[in-house]
Design a binder for this molecule. Structure first.
Ligand SMILES: Cc1ncc(COP(=O)(O)O)c(C=O)c1O
Length: 392
């Protein structure tokens, strides 16, 4: 395979995915395929820019450079067709921190925040920890395993206290890349009720053709004026370890409210090396990203072919992200047993579906952003474990 897909040994590098194995799975003897980063090298353009920066010996405070924001604006325009201005962007150490900040900026304690389960667990945590009320609007799963918004359920639950929607687009863990029509219909409900939208678009660059990511803020001038868009290079270029992302708010009043809250928790302006990594990734990472998508496409097809041949496990091939949401319900195992089956019998550390909400019961999430050889080995391990246990 190409350079992007080569095997990289991350054990003993303080990678969370590896270091926490004992704690999470009770053993270090599992291939970790859980946390959403890639076991693939960060682009050479980023590593080279960092080496060059390290030639200068002073590592004092730095600020986000306008040229960094401009590089992100150019990327978003060319990849997603949305024209944004550097003035609308601000630095954030993490998308999750931005979600918390937006919740505080645009709602009061006791207000309701919509979360569409199953979803990335910090969505729930941020609502609860900020003393807002979770308004759960579960995604509807059709016969083919495709998830959709349930707008009737949403309409029936909205109250005058409903202030914010936390949208995951593309969606982790179910892998949907929402169509413009789906997003517009959801947006109309929000506009009818004066609900603002926090659109977490961190996975927006990992999308498989023919699907296309639609930035929520691009749908209409009204939705542009009600939306906070969260993006960053962490997933796209595998550089989550740099703790750098951005908040994009086109509406000036909303931006002021957010910035006030941002000051209260002192987001700061980021780290010297992160600024360099951020700018070089968005400016020079295009070729690498194209190769990445080819590699992930190969692994995604491998997953789909494998699942089609293993009846007890099924999945709807993700339209975006490198996460496969495996439906294991026909194994008939409880959630704890299911997790143990994968860890002990198959030797794999996956994310338990239940962690994404009760709708995730019986599911497991597998991160396939690894070399194709490692993925092949992992699928073989599952198959062998199923055979030994009499499932196939
Ligand atoms: C949907 C989603 N949002 C946010 C994050 C984390 O972003 P950050 O590390 O910038 O907080 C993840 C990581 O897996 C994610 O899947």
């Amino acid at each position: 395979m190409d350079e992007v897909g080569r095997f990289i040994d991350r054990s003993n590098t303080n990678a969370e995915k590896y270091t926490l194995r004992q704690k999470l799975f009770g053993t270090d003897e599992v291939t970790p395929m859980w946390v959403a980063d890639m076991d693939l090298a960060t682009p050479a353009c980023v590593l080279n820019a960092l080496k060059e920066r390290l030639e200068h010996p002073v590592m004092g405070y730095e600020i986000m450079k306008r040229s960094g924001f401009e590089a992100q604006c150019a990327w978003v325009k060319s990849h997603h067709g949305l024209e944004i201005s550097p003035e609308w962007l601000s630095y954030s150490p993490s998308v999750v921190a931005s979600i918390g900040c937006a919740i505080r900026a645009f709602s009061e304690e006791g207000d309701e925040v919509i979360v569409q389960s199953p979803v990335y667990p910090p969505f729930y945590d941020m609502v609860r920890i900020n003393k807002r009320t979770l308004l759960l609007n579960p995604l509807h799963r059709d016969r083919e395993g495709m998830y959709r918004f349930d707008l009737d359920d949403l309409r029936s639950k909205i109250t005058p206290k409903t202030k914010l929607l936390l949208l995951c687009s593309p969606h982790n863990p179910v892998g949907r890349v929402w169509s413009p029509e789906e997003l517009r219909a959801l947006g109309e409900v929000c506009l009818e009720h004066g609900i603002r939208i926090v659109s977490d678009e961190i996975h927006c660059d990992i999308v498989y053709p023919p699907h296309k990511h639609t930035p929520f803020a691009s749908l209409s001038p009204e939705l542009f004026a009600s939306t906070v868009t969260l993006m960053g290079p962490g997933k796209t270029f595998n550089m989550a370890g740099f703790s750098i992302s951005t908040v994009c708010i086109g509406d000036e009043r909303m931006r002021d409210l957010f910035n006030h809250e941002r000051m209260r928790v002192h987001f700061g302006d980021g780290a010297a090396l992160s600024h360099v990594a951020f700018e070089s990734a968005y400016r020079d990472g295009g070729t690498w990203h194209r190769e990445l998508m080819l590699h992930l496409g190969v692994n995604r097809s491998m997953m789909a072919a494998w699942c089609a041949s293993i009846p007890p496990i099924s999945h709807y091939s993700p339209e975006g992200s490198y996460l496969a949401w495996l439906d294991c319900r026909s194994l008939g195992l409880g959630d704890r047993q299911l997790r143990e089956f994968f860890a002990r019998e198959a030797g794999l550390g996956l994310s338990a579906g239940l962690g994404f909400g009760k709708e995730g019961s019986g599911f497991m999430r597998l991160n396939f952003a690894v070399s194709s050889a490692i993925l092949e080995e992992a699928l073989e391990k599952i198959e062998n474990a199923l055979q030994r246990s009499g499932y196939v």
